[in-house]
Ligand binder design. Sequence first.
Ligand code: FMN
Length: 203
Amino acid sequence: MATLLHLDSAVFPQNSTSRAVTAAFVASWREQHPDGKVVYRDLAADPLPHLDASAAAAGAEDTLRGHLAAELAAADAVLIGAPMYNFSIPSTLKAWLDQVIIVGHNAGPDGPVSGTPITVVASRGGSYAPGTPREGFEFVQNYLDKVLSGMLGAEVDFIVPELTLAHSKPEMAELIPLADASRTQAFTDAAEKAKALAARLAT
Ligand SMILES: Cc1cc2nc3c(=O)[nH]c(=O)nc-3n(C[C@H](O)[C@H](O)[C@H](O)COP(=O)(O)O)c2cc1C
């Protein structure tokens, strides 16, 4: 029985692209694993505390950090909704990372998260794709790829619904077709990637 750890971090509970796409991923995952387990954390609705001195010093001995690290280690796959806020990840997601990554416990190439597939749904209002003017301002994929693979040894994959603000910003109106195509692709990717991952973990 496979376990999926699902994290959302978009501040808005409604009309959130990352939440909608992670939900589609979970629905596809559940189709493959009707008896599978999905552990859910809404980091926006129930934020974790910032890492403080005592928790940092305690490492896995800290009750919360030990619990979060065990929850992550027990997951066969992880799904993270990570909207772009001010070119980077939501602070609630950063709080989770700071709590859960424990050097000497789960960091490093041979740790318990090594090889765990992590799918990130990285929604953003604009586009930061290679070749766009804002390419160099992209600190969601660039950061999460490095921290999740570099610190935890995870296998990281991205679904990137972009230009989500095109429908609400008149100056982006001409980008609506691209935004709609990106959204459609994100839902297709979510369904297909979840199915492929579920099949892989079942073998
Ligand atoms: C506080 C805040 C900061 C944002 N900063 C950026 C940004 O730097 N670049 C960008 O392209 N979009 C930015 N946006 C737009 C969001 O990335 C966009 O609305 C995205 O769809 C949010 O994810 P969600 O749809 O999953 O809620 C920001 C939105 C908020 C609320």
